[in-house]
Design a protein around this ligand. Structure first.
Ligand SMILES: *Cc1c(COP(=O)(O)O)cnc(C)c1O
Length: 490
């Protein structure tokens, strides 16, 4: 039986008596001498007052209510929720990294600068790019930075560009980044094989096109095999090719973005290179660029001088500027460094090969029961459609709830949006055949029992801390005001 956990505000004891600090023996200073009076609070803060054990239990309980990859299978498509070696966390937690002050002088942090310098070199060789900035803290920030670089390139060449092309299956951050950067989005259709429709692309390529953003393999998990032709079409109008590299888990040491004609690519270190993620960070979304864009990269870059000393190279005259204080999320960079070093070239290739084999195996097992709109050329993830199940009364959403009940995380549902009742699965390379089989058996069981168990199925989930939510209400009447909670409690 799971007890409900009230919010921390509901636990407020309205007393300071838990805090037992010795009386201060330093003369107190009045704040109003140094701070404007209007800025000084005259009422008690509304931070909840609770004892230490209450705080510890509260957050420990909350943390274990969430699904996580250490608990069970997490096939959330497009997210690469893979299990990562704990040794990388351990090394990143070394106080020599965690206690470093971001403003420490270069001479004191040679070890960390050395690590970042080498990580950049390794990422360059994985993507084939000339240089990589480690500053962006998410794939989406990498996209935005990449687009600012694209803008700067066109500005300096006095190119009057307006449009960035994006396939209709793109991840939502792609069009969002384009709009933030001031360009317009034009969508390109997907053909019957699940790839960019070349005819449609040709009709949309013109002098207005600043570039194209493409995910490779794309968000249907399919390799864009016409990539060289696509790159040529865009380059012919002096556009730039941006690769959304969130799916790099399928390409490691097999093929490189630069060889496919991409000029800019981001990498999600928190997806492909070992930082556990979910819940919003911290992450890292380095971007690599080809030679002609190197000068525009955010400042500073980490370089080595003639005495083999590492230093922060501030090239502010041509750079798009700084996009993060200091160096980005160093802990994430340390994990990526350890991960790549421990696997090596051959190990990285095995990561991608196994990710591809696992996805193909799971897809094949499900394909006799679920519709697979694009069956061919699957890489590390795939999309099935629950249209047949929906016709019998069980939608993709209902199936996702049933999956939660069994102790797995649900796949991504209703994305990509061009597939009805989409369920997008990415098993990743670290899962065993046993896990994939149990998961497939369960999905097959669901599909085979819709007729005789529909009512029961629709009550799911019943084994999770939170039962079925009224999602419409949650969307329409969203209330994030925690002060309401406090006043409830008065
Ligand atoms: C995750 C993802 C992104 C965004 O990356 P964040 O690090 O979450 O900002 C972009 N594109 C694709 C295809 C993704 O899967």
């Amino acid at each position: 039986m799971i007890r409900e956990i009230p919010t921390i505000n509901k636990k407020d004891r309205k007393t300071d008596k838990y805090i037992d600090i010795p009386k201060c023996d330093i003369e107190s200073l009045s704040l109003d001498k140094s701070i404007d009076k209007s800025m000084i609070r005259d009422i008690r803060t509304s931070i909840p007052h609770v004892a230490e054990p209450d705080v510890v239990r509260h957050y420990t309980n909350l943390s274990s209510k969430n699904h996580h990859v250490d608990q069970d299978f997490y096939p959330l498509g497009s997210c690469t929720m893979k299990y990562n070696p704990k040794i990388n966390d351990k090394i990143a937690s070394n106080p020599n990294f965690t206690d470093m002050h971001p403003d420490q002088c270069e001479a004191d942090i040679q070890g960390t600068l050395n690590l970042m310098y080498k990580l950049e070199k390794m990422l360059n060789s994985i993507t084939g790019m000339n240089r990589t900035t480690l500053q962006p803290t998410a794939g989406s920030q990498g996209e935005f930075v990449g687009l600012l670089i694209m803008k700067k390139y066109h500005k300096l060449k006095k190119n009057d560009k307006k449009v960035v092309l994006i396939p209709e299956s793109a991840h939502g951050t792609n069009p969002a980044s384009v709009i933030l950067s001031g360009y317009e989005v034009v969508q390109v259709k997907t053909n019957e094989e699940g790839c960019t429709d070349l005819e449609d692309l040709r009709s949309k390529v013109n002098e207005d096109v600043a570039g194209m953003m493409l995910t490779q393999p794309n968000t249907l998990g399919i390799f864009e095999k016409d990539i060289l032709e696509i790159s040529k079409l865009i380059h012919d109008v002096d556009g730039l090719m941006y690769m959304d590299g969130a799916n790099l888990n399928a390409l490691l040491s097999i093929s490189r973005p630069a060889d496919m004609g991409f000029d800019i690519t981001h990498m999600n270190l928190h997806k492909t290179f070992s930082t556990p993620h979910g819940g919003g960070g911290p992450g890292a979304g380095p971007i690599g660029v080809v030679e002609k864009l190197v000068d525009f990269l955010p400042s500073p870059m980490i370089d080595k001088d003639e005495n083999n000393k590492y230093f922060l190279n501030k090239n502010d005259s041509t750079s798009i500027g700084s996009i993060h204080s200091n160096f980005g999320n160093v802990g994430v960079l340390v994990r990526a460094y350890c991960y790549i070093k421990s696997l090596g070239d051959e190990g990285l290739r095995d990561v991608s090969r196994n990710a591809i084999i696992n996805a193909n195996y799971l897809k094949k097992r499900l394909s006799d029961y679920y519709d697979v709109p694009f069956f061919k050329n699957t890489m590390h993830e795939f999309v099935i459609s629950a249209v047949n199940q929906k016709n019998k009364g069980l939608k993709a959403l209902d199936i996702a709830k049933l999956i939660l009940d069994k102790g797995y995380h649900a796949p991504t549902i209703y994305f990509p949006t061009n597939i009805p009742e989409a369920m997008m699965m990415e098993p990743t390379e670290t899962e065993s055949k046993d896990t994939l089989d149990s998961f497939a058996d369960y999905l097959i069981y669901i599909s085979e029992n819709i007729d005789n168990k529909l009512t029961k199925f629709l009550e799911s989930p019943s084994n999770t801390p939170v039962k079925r939510l009224n999602e419409t209400k949650a969307n329409r009447e969203l209330n994030l005001n925690w002060q309401d909670e406090l006043s409830d409690n008065k």
